[in-house]
Design a binder for this molecule. Structure first.
Ligand code: UDP
Length: 140
């Protein structure tokens, strides 16, 4: 498997509880390198654009409000098979179903407030990275 890049968010529930370092450590321990990182606060419009794929789901309003409720940390992660590796270390969307040792098992509060986002495939990784970062901000 080739070296890939993926996009990650440390979500509001985690930044609020000072878990940025602990979550980044888990990502790094999994072999992912942080090649770009910044702390930002999303506007409602940005959150709605980012999660547009979920716009017809019942949780869309709650999700986009939550994503704007506190700062987030957006990151680009690089490594062998980075997209799948990140999904693995994140754990299942619902922390009650997340495997032992995963970020969501350890830190997530609920299915909504689940501490991290990670791209689900190569196309979304590319789109999501480009939405938040310019090429100059990514240093591999
Ligand atoms: N989400 C939610 N309720 C649900 C399903 C999802 O609030 O029933 C939120 C949750 O924060 C999740 C995000 O919407 O991380 C995106 O959902 P997706 O199914 O893409 O899960 P992920 O890829 O983040 O595991």
């Amino acid at each position: 498997m080739a070296v890939q890049r993926t996009f990650s968010i440390i979500k509001p529930d985690a930044t609020k509880r000072n878990l940025t370092g602990a979550i980044t450590a888990k990502l790094e321990e999994a072999g992912l390198r942080v090649v770009a990182s910044k702390r930002i606060r999303l506007t409602l419009e940005q959150a709605q654009t980012f999660y547009a794929v979920h716009k017809d789901r019942p949780f869309f309003g709650e999700l986009t409000e939550y994503m704007t409720s506190e700062p987030i940390v957006v990151q680009v992660l690089e490594g062998e098979d980075a997209i799948a590796k990140n999904r693995e270390v994140m754990g299942a969307t619902n922390p009650a179903e997340a495997a032992e040792g995963t970020i969501r098992k350890e830190f997530a509060l609920s299915i909504g407030e689940n501490s991290v986002h990670g791209s689900d495939g190569p196309d979304t990784a590319k789109e999501e990275i480009a939405y938040f970062f310019s090429g100059l901000e990514i240093v591999g």
